[in-house]
Design a protein around this ligand. Structure first.
Ligand code: SF4
Length: 250
């Protein structure tokens, strides 16, 4: 005769961890849709796979207008999350306003770091000088996690040509908490430039001053000709990513 616990085990269907299910779904979506163009990948994600449960995270940086323009064609009311780190260039904030108005986006959300956490962990506002990882955690990673709680998936603008850990990016990938959609993975710099021209999209004002990639002002510098596109980010440090792509909220 089976013990009570053995009987329970026998009757309980195998429990598939949510992470495994998410991984399998991301792999299936990547296999099915990787050969499609960016607009179709976005349409599938926004309209078919995650209707009402997907957001786009944008820095309103050097390449952001292309992805925002594509998404606005499908769903101008898609939630767009902007991490307002309180360390952005004034030019980024004015560019954000201009783009939102031009593209007709209706649900752009400014996500700020917690005031209490700032007071306690970065009272003088210069944590970036001493510990950039801790500063990104405070101003980006921690605020983003709750902002994404209501969604099953989010859209990023990362591309393989950015190099580093991005060179093998798939169009769909799983994180421990979400599926991430990367519609522009296969785009090259020339594709971005052509898209801006074809759709008369305004450039971020700092591009003309030699910034090919734009984040917070303390950690963004102009790049020299021939440098990688992200060479001016955290220049002189081993750091290459802010940490939001390693979000581990379950
Ligand atoms: S990019 Fe720099 S200023 Fe912005 S959150 Fe990270 S360390 Fe802080």
């Amino acid at each position: 005769m089976m013990s009570a616990s053995a009987s329970l085990l026998a009757e309980t269907p195998p429990d598939i961890p949510a992470n495994d299910e998410r991984e399998a779904r991301a792999r299936r979506l990547a296999l099915k849709h990787s050969g499609e163009d960016a607009l179709e990948i976005l349409r599938v994600a926004i309209k078919e796979e995650f209707p009402g449960r997907i957001a786009l995270v944008s820095s309103f940086g050097a390449e952001s207008a292309a992805l925002l323009h594509l998404a606005a064609q499908i769903e101008p009311s898609i939630p767009v999350i902007f991490l307002e780190t309180e360390k952005h260039f004034a030019q980024t904030l004015s560019y954000r306003k201009k783009l939102v108005a031009k593209l007709g986006l209706t649900d752009v959300r400014d996500i700020h770091p917690s005031k209490e956490a700032l007071t306690f962990r970065d009272p003088s506002g210069d944590l970036w000088k001493h510990d950039a990882d801790a500063c990104c955690t405070l101003r980006k990673v921690e605020p983003l996690a709750p902002a994404l709680d209501e969604f099953d998936a989010w859209i990023t603008g990362r591309k393989q040509f950015h190099g580093g850990g991005r060179i093998h990016l798939p169009a769909f990938e799983a994180s421990p908490s979400h599926i991430k959609v990367n519609p522009l993975v296969r785009w090259a710099k020339e594709d971005i430039d052509a898209y801006y021209e074809a759709h008369d999209l305004p450039s971020h004002p700092l591009i003309a001053q030699g910034y090919p990639s734009i984040g917070c002002w303390p950690c963004t510098h102009p790049a020299a000709a021939g440098d990688d596109v992200r060479a001016g980010r955290w220049r002189g440090a081993a750091k290459t990513e802010c940490g939001i792509h390693g979000l581990t909220r379950a």
